[in-house]
Design a protein around this ligand. Structure first.
Ligand code: PLP
Length: 433
């Protein structure tokens, strides 16, 4: 490692002109301490920072970089698209082709493009409210759906909690229509519907939460949500911004709904479908989606929505994401999980390694599976901090927070796995202290 002087200098410059020196809070390393690394370059599974340090990347830009960084075919397609113009404010062919690809991989009939996952979930709940004529939204503690006012609600304890804003700046009126329930808790869902069923517009859930660490739905939980919504005339909104086109070619729905024979009413997508550019979408059943302007009364719009360069990057990424790629990602995820467990066992660190498809997390300082946000909070942030920094010092870039999933990319090869294995032993020892 060549130190982090230039990152430090850049961080100081950044702090002088941006709050916290970053444009998205978790990048600032607050949870783990130290100086965030400013990256200069990404190639395949390797990130290179401004000081010249190289890291095997297990964050993948928080999900989008399914194929690794600067994939030659994606870059060529982007270059070619950009030379034809970067934004027209008119419909263009790549957005149609990307929508067709999404429709072919998922149960949605129609898709509307937006520029971020936040916009996708915000628009989906507006549409759910517009369609049902109801106001209440059910979400689960520990699920993150972007920084939408109504969904940025702190985890509540108890069976049913009317949401309190998780941050200043959100009027309590915006979250007073949000019910927060404990994740994976069917009884809490049944109780909420028994009391408020006729007022509930939708249940929104991460298809498999990755934002409290990877916490898979208990078997049948998503099917139960879909069924409960149907019985009460509410919509089931499955947020696949993180899992979509990542954990299978059809996202998490490909692992449960497609097998079990149910489909969400609305779905949200982002990350992978933008191929590293700002592109996201929501979609769903035709009669609901046709309520959107200009066909219907529910307004939704965006200057850069369906941007030709972003949709070209996403389309090229999805076309390259074949079944072989998903099989490789699954096998990489399994290998890294077992390497991590082995190293932590050897160092005597209590841990749980668990996955939702090829998303996985390592919870340190506990031995019981994590099924809810309160479980996820019962881990050792201090151990993770030590573990994270040792991995970083040994050339592996992990999420700078214990409440995140690790992301694999198709570009991880034998050398990268070797680097990860070498780093895990000292990192596990650091976590033991
Ligand atoms: N939904 C989920 C499940 C996410 O993981 C995220 C971001 O991490 C979002 C929504 C928000 O997406 P964005 O950061 O693109 O606004």
């Amino acid at each position: 490692m060549s130190g982090s002087e230039i990152s430090q200098q850049l961080f100081e410059r950044a702090r002088a002109v941006s709050p916290g020196g970053v444009n998205s809070p978790v990048r600032a390393f607050r949870a783990v301490g130290g100086t965030p690394r400013f990256m200069r370059e990404g190639s395949g599974s390797t990130l290179t920072d401004v000081d010249g340090n190289q890291y095997v990347d297990l964050v993948a830009s928080w999900g989008p970089m399914l194929l690794g960084h600067a994939h030659p075919e994606v870059i060529e397609a982007v270059r070619e698209a950009a030379t034809r113009g970067t934004s027209f404010g008119t419909p263009s062919e790549p957005e149609v082709a990307l929508a067709e690809e999404i429709v072919s991989r998922t149960p949605v009939d129609l898709v509307r493009m937006v520029s971020s996952g936040t916009e996708a979930t915000m628009s989906a709940i507006r549409l759910a409210r517009g369609w049902t004529g109801r106001d209440l939204v059910v979400k689960f503690a520990g699920c993150y759906h972007g920084h939408v006012d109504a969904l940025l609600v702190e985890a509540g304890s108890g069976v049913v909690t009317f949401g309190l804003p998780g941050t200043p700046g959100i009027p309590s009126a915006s979250t007073s229509q949000t019910l927060v329930l404990p994740y994976n808790d069917r009884e809490a869902v049944a109780a909420a519907f028994a009391e408020h069923g006729s007022q509930i517009a939708c249940v929104i859930t991460e298809a498999a939460p990755g934002n409290m660490g990877a916490v898979p739905p208990l078997p049948g939980f998503n099917a139960f949500l879909a069924q409960t919504c149907r019985e009460h005339g509410a919509l089931f909104v499955s947020d696949e911004v993180m899992t979509g086109f990542r954990v299978s070619r059809s996202g998490h729905w490909g692992l449960d709904g497609a097998q079990e024979g149910w489909a969400p009413d609305l779905m949200t997508f982002g990350k992978v479908m933008g191929g590293g550019f700002p592109a996201a979408a929501f979609g769903g059943r035709e009669e609901i989606m046709r309520q959107l302007a200009p066909e219907g009364p529910v307004y939704q719009a965006g200057t850069l929505s369906g941007n030709p360069v972003a949709t070209t990057a996403g389309l090229t990424t999805l076309r390259l994401a074949t079944d072989d790629v998903y099989a490789h990602l699954d096998s990489l995820a399994a290998t890294i999980q077992s390497l991590a467990a082995k190293a932590l066992d050897a160092a005597g660190v209590p841990h749980v390694v668990q996955s939702a498809g090829n998303l996985f997390s390592v919870f340190l300082g506990r031995t019981e599976p994590v099924v809810s946000f309160s479980d996820a909070q019962d881990q050792s942030p201090a151990a993770y901090k030590a573990f994270f920094h040792a991995m970083l010092d040994h050339g592996v870039y992990l999420p700078p927070s214990a409440f995140e999933a690790w992301f694999v990319s198709d570009a991880l090869d034998g050398d990268a796995l070797e680097t990860i294995e070498q780093a895990l032993a000292p990192a596990a020892r650091a976590a033991a202290q």
